[in-house]
Design a binder for this molecule. Structure first.
Ligand code: ZN
Length: 444
């Protein structure tokens, strides 16, 4: 028996009735741990381009890296396929599970696909071509879309910044019931752990963020800077439902790994995640539904930018922008629709340089100091109080105080993407891969 390094990539192993790829991964880890193997890395939870619309559950894929008896690879993919069949309701439309097993080094073009999958839209055909070219052992269901995330996860070794998440699961038959995470225990945990954990409570609203609301098997997920930190934190959280199993993931969550490309407006394409520098070209306006829009310009091109209603207080910052402000938008590019052109969905806003807030207003009456009204086109201004008229008067500039500050502004934590680097992590970075794993990083 010869143990060799293998990478298993998993994606889209879920269905609307419950289940999720990370939970499936924890079942597979349990199965594998009973065999003669050696884990090389924590399971990696890789979040992909958040602007891709085909899936709703945060666009996360999972990679496992281990030493494995490679004479048994075909048994392994059969085992995974059987587990997927038992786990997923494949008759449900838009269920497209994918799994890959890569032996040894990850090919450069698979690594390139991983980088692209963070900020571009990847065609299924490209993933399919790579699987064929490198003869990658795989399983695909539905339209094969799961192959994209499966390849993207094995190709992302998280060599740079990364974070950890402890995910606690309930048993599947409990997934219709209330989780009952106790908010006091979460508050106490955050108090104790300080900045070793993040994004667990919304500081503005005091709302607990670790508990999801869908029918999935996750009871809670705790995010932090080290495996030991999230494990310690989980020991402090209480829930009504029993924890059936748990696992620690290493992740690109909260690293902004998707926002590394700066684009001109001309070069934007639908579904890109990128940074767009420019000048505010129109005063922000609030539209039906509470969405706020303004125009951004660079290189003689313009594009609409939108802050949507769920970003709540963040919209007030956006509304404070004025024509001439220099900004950098952290954006997802929404494609053209019947009602809109290409639009930047604002995920974050860096205000680089605030200009003056200048309004042109009617002049004041020199006698009673009230603002005059227009006396008609080309006829100057007239005071309706005392009757004073001035044919030659012109509008005057009025400067207002700016209500917003330069710097980075983000939506509230509850409206942030998994990949968004929260303010709590602005000057933090965990670099390098862990040299060894903690002795117990999963329950079974
Ligand atoms: Zn007057």
């Amino acid at each position: 028996m010869r143990l060799q390094e293998i990478h298993i990539g998993l994606d889209d192993i879920d269905s609307p009735k419950g289940g999720c790829t990370t939970h499936f991964a924890s079942l597979l880890v349990e199965q594998l741990s009973r065999q003669s193997i050696k884990w090389i890395d924590y399971p990696r939870l890789i979040r992909l381009n958040p602007g891709i619309p085909f899936r709703t559950r945060g666009n996360g894929a999972v990679a496992l890296q281990l030493l494995f008896d490679t004479s048994r690879i075909s048994d392994l993919i059969e085992q995974i396929e059987q587990m997927v069949h038992n786990y997923v309701d494949e008759t449900y439309p838009n269920t497209n599970p994918g799994a890959v097993i890569v032996t040894g080094e990850i090919p450069d073009s698979v690594q390139l696909l991983s980088q692209q999958a963070l900020w571009r839209m990847i065609p299924i055909e490209l993933a399919q071509r790579l699987v064929e070219r490198y003869d990658i052992v795989h399983y695909k269901g539905g339209n094969g879309r799961g192959l994209i995330g499966a390849l993207a996860s094995v190709g992302n070794a998280l060599e740079h910044d990364h974070t950890y998440e402890f995910i606690a699961y309930r048993s599947m038959d409990q997934s219709g019931f209330k989780r009952g995470v106790e908010p006091e225990s979460v508050l106490e945990m955050v108090e104790r752990m300080k900045d070793r954990v993040f994004s667990n409570i919304d500081p503005d609203e005091g709302r607990v963020l670790i508990e999801p609301h869908g029918p999935d098997p996750v009871i809670y997920g705790i995010r932090g800077e080290a495996a030991t930190d999230v494990i310690e934190a989980a020991g402090l959280v209480r829930s009504k439902q029993d924890v059936d199993r748990w696992m620690v993931f290493r992740s690109n969550q909260a690293t902004a790994e998707h926002l590394t490309h700066t684009m001109t407006i001309r070069d934007l394409r639908p579904y890109m995640a990128c940074l767009v520098h420019g000048r505010v070209e129109s005063r922000p306006r609030i539209m039906e539904g509470g969405h706020v829009f303004f125009e951004l310009g660079n290189d003689d091109e313009r594009i609409d930018c939108a802050a949507y209603e769920p970003t709540r207080g963040f919209r007030e910052i956006v509304r404070g922008l004025r024509v001439g402000d220099e900004i950098c938008v952290h954006a997802n590019v929404k494609p053209r629709s019947r009602t809109h052109g290409l639009t930047l969905n604002i995920e974050g806003l860096e205000i680089l340089n605030l200009g003056p807030d200048v309004l042109l207003v009617n002049p004041d009456c020199p006698h009673c100091l009230k603002r005059m009204k227009s006396a008609g086109s080309g006829k100057g201004f007239k005071c309706f109080r005392c009757g004073f008229k001035d044919r030659n008067a012109a509008k005057v500039e009025k400067r207002a105080e700016r209500t917003i500050k330069e710097g980075l502004h983000l939506p509230p934590l509850s409206a942030q993407r998994h990949l968004t680097r929260p303010l709590a992590r602005i000057n933090r970075s965990n670099s390098g891969r862990p040299e060894h794993l903690v002795s117990k990083w999963h329950s079974h």
